[in-house]
Design a protein around this ligand. Structure first.
Ligand SMILES: Cc1cc2nc3c(=O)[nH]c(=O)nc-3n(C[C@H](O)[C@H](O)[C@H](O)COP(=O)(O)O)c2cc1C
Length: 349
């Protein structure tokens, strides 16, 4: 157990170092079309959204980060306070460390204690059994559960899992047996349309694409294990805007999609929502603000993200997210070429 806690501490440490190197704008290939005749008053803008039956006041989510040891308790408590104050949904990190371990549960349960009425997502890996999923949901009285896919990380991580058979069957069982909404999420390597279809056919109704361009767990594992590092594999994965459009084009009509992976600003969120995402998840940027600047800096940051989203909506003339989705956007560069090569018609909505 101690090893797992140490690994989680190291993930935080190295993700902060990585965050400093990440100046890339993941949505630089996407431009929203300015509307010079916008008649939208700022106060009439409604940014509420839905993920299946869950109503979210805001389309911004604090994505899964941590839990299971003392520093994680403080991080989760502060994140939960801010989520409550701002009315945004948040996920906890993987709860595997807390299965049948009362001491480790404290750092997850604090999120529900601090924010009794908030929208909170449980989290566990795709190797979990249905019983384990039910346990993590119950632990924090979660409104939904994230099932994370992180094969590249497991492969590269010295102590990681090396066997992956049976994942699809497990997900299918979880999707049919767990009563709260199931969100299948990547952790920063993205999801292609082929796998999105398999997930939708398994009965998964919410997918978080967790695209490449933000937190890179191969880079993090390389920093943890320099002796056996595989730097050539850093940057692996499907870039966030590409993965988002791939998945929307294939299952956007039957699955709610969350965009994440390298999102930093409200303009990023606006572009993701305009493409068709129902919400936008932020992990590395949130952790970085909290650790380096403290809770007040994080709160100010998230308020700015919201402001940037609302201003952008006003500038394109969108009063709500469905109007934002109708606004034309321009796709250029690598994203355009990728979609063209893959035969994806971006006019899918
Ligand atoms: C320190 C750290 C720990 C994380 N732990 C988890 C986890 O336990 N479960 C999970 O699903 N995702 C985890 N993630 C992944 C994030 O939820 C997210 O999918 C990923 O970081 C990409 O988003 P970002 O670029 O905004 O960071 C973690 C991310 C960070 C930075």
């Amino acid at each position: 157990m101690e090893n797992r806690a140490r690994r989680k501490r190291e993930h935080i440490k190295y993700s902060l170092i990585l965050e400093e190197r990440l100046m890339r704008d993941v949505f630089s290939d996407i431009t929203l079309l300015h509307n010079c005749l916008s008649e939208v008053n700022l106060e009439e803008i409604d940014i509420s959204t839905r993920l299946q039956e869950l109503k979210l006041k805001k389309p911004i989510i604090i994505n899964a980060i941590t839990g299971g040891f003392p520093l994680a308790f403080t991080i989760n408590r502060e994140l939960a306070k801010i989520a409550r104050e701002l009315g945004i949904a948040m996920a906890v990190g993987s709860q595997r460390i807390a299965l049948r371990n009362k001491a480790a549960q404290k750092s997850f349960k604090v999120v529900r204690e601090v924010n009794p009425d908030g929208i909170i997502f449980a989290n566990i890996g795709a190797d979990a059994s249905t019983e384990e999923v039910l346990e993590v949901v119950d632990m924090i009285k979660a409104d939904a559960v994230q099932i994370h896919l992180n094969t590249p990380q497991e492969i590269v991580m010295a102590e990681g899992r090396k066997k992956f058979k049976g994942t699809i069957e497990k997900i299918s069982k979880i999707a049919s047996e767990v009563k709260v909404p199931v969100i299948v999420k990547e952790v920063g390597f993205g999801i292609a349309k082929e796998e999105a279809k398999i997930l939708a056919d398994c009965g998964v109704k919410i997918i978080d694409i967790g695209g490449a361009g933000g937190t890179d767990f191969i880079a993090i594992e390389n920093m943890r294990n320099k002796k056996n590092a595989v730097p050539v594999l850093e940057g692996w994965g499907i870039p966030t805007p590409v993965s988002l459009i791939e998945v929307l084009s294939e299952v956007g009509d039957r699955v709610d999609i969350i965009a994440s992976g390298g999102l930093k600003t409200g303009l990023d969120a606006a572009k993701a929502l305009a493409l068709g995402a129902k919400a936008a998840g932020f992990a590395g940027a949130v952790l970085n603000r909290l650790i380096k600047g403290g809770p007040l800096a994080l709160k100010k940051y998230l308020e700015r993200v919201e402001r940037e989203l609302i201003y952008t909506m006003a500038m394109v003339g969108a009063r709500n997210l469905s109007e934002l989705r109708k606004r034309p956007l321009i796709i250029e560069g690598r994203t355009y070429n990728w979609l063209k090569f893959r035969g994806i018609n971006i006019k899918f909505s």
